[in-house]
Design a protein around this ligand. Structure first.
Ligand code: ATP
Ligand code: MG
Length: 629
């Protein structure tokens, strides 16, 4: 099939298209209507249809593939690997669901899950889905305050937590964070279920509130819990955005539309079918973890690899070794992770048998051309940049090798994914921008299946955040984009990341791309800083591939960066200052916190730091700013 035809059908007759796609999943009751769009921009897909995410991810595969590996949870932190066949997964999910029911958790109740990448995190999610409880996975290791905020937003009946996580060989006890969060929250859960890993066996217990998962599970050994059939538009889960630009938003997802989007994306985009393996390096706490570590692969009957650990430990070949071991067909990671590997010897990329591996998909942040080339050459596989948001739940822009092989254009996440009616529009007029002209990427509603249905308990915020930026009712991605003559779209950064130098509007992404073309550079963030003469000037923060570089080498690198920007964008974009640091401030999901860099550079408060990963990185920036460049 041709991509163009597939895409056309999806936008010309969405109801026929999605009715066809909906056949890929199991419906307990067929939908009465494919789409109800009587209350724009809210929409309902597969109205009246009844289904269940857990049934589609687990039960449905028992007949054909009970003994196939469903989930391999590999931890290079604890040194443990758990491999579950679909039969094993069925048993564990049922027992977990029985435990949930014994705690009076039922349909529509919220359950907060605070766990690292361990098998039980996926099992807990599926158990919630089975009984119709709404899970809200909070990235394990988030500070107590973040957890408290998410508890108060969801008002859960239960919090499920691991006793501890591990990072870089260090045990991070979760239980003290859970206790602090429950103390801070206005709506603490009546029960906390601890899934012990033996990492913090002596943690304090609160009588009557804290329960031990293993103890309860034993009581329900062999239990089978009936699937709760949900109307397609009931909520399945909540998930917060990364908080790169401000306070995280609680994205609410549905059941039927999400299942159908997962099923289609698995074959059409990731080219993974039943019996094949997918390895996504994401954390279960992010959108990618939900969609492509848990629901997508399992709904497809594929094997999912879940990894806890650093990409460089025990050595920088660990991910490729897993690709060999599990005959991974499609791998999914982030540009940030690849930039970490880029600081290592490229020989690691060629050490293992990657004959099963076909694709490496990368998403979450702009993929600069230099990193894309480095990894493409290093593994000799197709590297596909794909663009999406927590809000959408699955890709908006990608290449779809499962439909048709299209050439990669470095720097572009590719073509519109079927179902998305995308336009690039002028920020002021809302008129469609001509090819080659910069504008804001928008989606014409109704949003396709799989995308958020609203902000949890806050329809107004849903409307205000996404649908209020233009005269017309359109979903704003809040990202700058440019589309070329072939329909390939390039993402130029966030709409609040534009630098205005003496009236010239420059995307931070364009400048970053130029800076990262310098061989010495590992990572870069460009921000605009207020300037009396020019309004704003670009300022560069960069890390080098060689962290040991001496002062002379750093100076050389800084001049190279300025020259590179001059060469590709002109003197107007030349960075006023270049700061070389050892780490850049990022969110826990690995995204650059430009807003904090910008605030600090202007002597202001760095703002909401609740999602900041490494406080040292911010300290370094403070020091660099104080010391000059
Ligand atoms: P918040 O919305 O809370 O500020 P966030 O936008 O970082 O946080 P996510 O949903 O995790 O939260 O990230 C989506 C954003 O990441 C996109 O809007 C875009 O800015 C960026 N992004 C994702 N994939 C790509 C990509 N392939 N190329 C460029 N940018 C990307
Ligand atoms: Mg966002």
């Amino acid at each position: 099939m041709r991509y163009e035809e597939f895409y056309r059908r999806s936008v010309d007759d969405p109801e026929a298209f999605w009715a066809e796609q909906a056949r890929a999943i199991h419906w307990h009751r067929q939908p009465d209507r494919i789409l109800d769009y009587s209350n724009p921009p809210f929409r309902k897909w597969f109205v009246g249809g009844e289904t269940n995410l857990c049934y589609n991810a687990v039960d449905r595969h028992l007949e054909a593939r009970a003994d196939q590996l469903a989930l391999a949870a590999v931890s290079t932190e604890t040194g443990q690997t758990r491999e579950l066949s679909f039969r094993d997964l069925y048993r564990e999910v049922n027992e977990f669901a029985a435990v949930l029911k014994s705690l009076a958790v039922g349909r529509g109740d919220r359950v907060v899950i605070y766990m690292p990448n361990m098998a039980e995190a996926a099992v807990a999610m599926l158990a919630c889905a089975r009984i119709g409880a709404i899970h809200s996975v909070v990235f394990g290791g988030f500070a107590a305050h973040n957890l408290a905020l998410r508890i108060d937003d969801a008002e859960p009946k239960l919090l499920i937590a691991a006793d501890a996580g591990m990072r870089g060989g260090k045990v991070l006890p979760y239980k003290p964070l859970v206790d602090a969060a429950c103390a801070e929250a206005n709506a603490p859960p009546p029960h906390v279920l601890i899934v012990g890993r033996g990492l913090d066996p002596d943690h304090a217990r609160v009588e009557g509130r804290d329960l031990d998962y293993r103890e309860l599970r034993e009581r329900h050994a062999g239990a089978e819990v009936e699937v709760e059939w949900l109307e397609s538009n009931e909520p399945s889960y909540l998930l917060y955005t990364s908080g790169t630009t401000g306070k995280p938003k609680g994205v609410q997802r549905d059941v039927g539309g999400y299942a159908v989007a997962m099923a289609m994306s698995m074959w059409a985009i990731y080219d993974v079918r039943a019996g094949q393996a997918m390895f996504s390096t994401s954390d279960v706490g992010w959108a990618v973890g939900h969609s492509y570590n848990v629901y997508g692969p399992l709904i497809a009957g594929a094997t999912s690899i879940l990894y806890e650990g650093l990409p460089t430990s025990p050595d920088p070949g660990v991910w490729w070794r897993l690709c060999e071991q599990y005959r991974v067909r499609t791998m999914f990671s982030s540009p940030t992770a690849i930039r970490v590997l880029k600081k290592q010897d490229p020989a690691w990329l060629a050490k293992y048998d990657l004959s099963a591996l076909q694709y490496l998909f990368l998403a979450g942040e702009p993929l600069d051309a230099s990193t894309a080339h480095w990894i493409t050459d290093g593994i000799g596989k197709t590297v596909i940049d794909n663009y999406w948001q927590t809000e959408t739940g699955w890709p908006v822009l990608a290449l779809m090798p499962g439909v048709e092989t299209k050439p990669v254009k470095f720097g572009s996440p590719g073509l519109p994914v079927p179902g998305y009616r995308l336009r690039v529009v002028d920020e002021a007029s809302g008129e469609e921008a001509a090819p080659g002209h910069k504008g804001v990427l928008v989606i014409d509603p109704p949003l396709p299946p799989g995308c958020m249905t609203t902000v949890w308990r806050d329809d107004q915020r849903f409307l205000a955040s996404y649908f209020s930026h233009f005269r017309e009712l359109v979903y704003s991605s809040l990202d700058w984009a440019i589309r070329d003559e072939d329909g390939y779209t390039f993402i130029l950064g966030r709409t609040d990341d534009v630098i205005n130098v003496a009236g010239h509007r420059l995307g931070t992404r364009e400048i970053e791309e130029a800076v990262s073309s310098c061989g010495a550079v590992a990572e870069v963030a460009v921000i605009g800083v207020a300037d009396e003469v020019k309004g704003q000037v670009p300022v560069v923060f960069a890390t080098l591939r060689d962290p040991q570089a001496d002062a002379a080498a750093r100076d050389r690198a800084a001049s190279d960066m300025k020259r590179a920007v001059d060469g590709s964008l002109g003197a107007v974009a030349r960075p006023a200052r270049v700061y070389i640091v050892n780490a850049l401030p990022k969110t826990r999901s690995g995204k650059l916190l430009r807003r904090s860099l910008q605030a600090l550079s202007q002597g202001q408060d760095p703002g909401d730091l609740s999602t900041l990963d490494d406080p040292n990185a911010l300290e370094e920036v403070r020091r660099a700013l104080a010391g000059g460049s």
